[in-house]
Design a protein around this ligand. Sequence first.
Ligand SMILES: [Zn+2]
Length: 154
Amino acid sequence: MSEKPCGLCLAYNEDIRLVHRNDYAFGAVPTTPICLGHIIVVPKRHVQRFHELPPNELSAYFELRDQIVDRLMELHPDMPPLVGQNNGKWSTQPHAHEQIAPSRGHFKELLYLRDFLEGGKVGNLILAENNRLVRALGDTPKETLEEMASKLRF
Ligand SMILES: [Zn+2]
């Protein structure tokens, strides 16, 4: 690695929020989860795009991601998880990762929210849409990050 480790590089060795890890990837509760079951899945190697990973590390990443999806299906059978990633200017970290969260199947809610954001509409419209999004994905978490991770860990 040529550059200084980022927060997600360092998170690989963090145990408190850890859900599961293998030799090349890990899943953890994000610092600001939107619901119980919201997990970030991160390759150990610092890359901006997944295609930069060597094939064995990419394979290990997807194996872990599928295990996390299976774990969420087991815990929330009525809310199969939604998997997504932000790219380019929407990326929150310079380190490739994906978000997984239990969902009530309202993927279109996310797209509608995008349209409101891109349209520059603010205030009650965003608030209303944001509330719909939270309802679509799950309940607002009340547990600590550590408590959430311990419920999800396998
Ligand atoms: Zn990094």
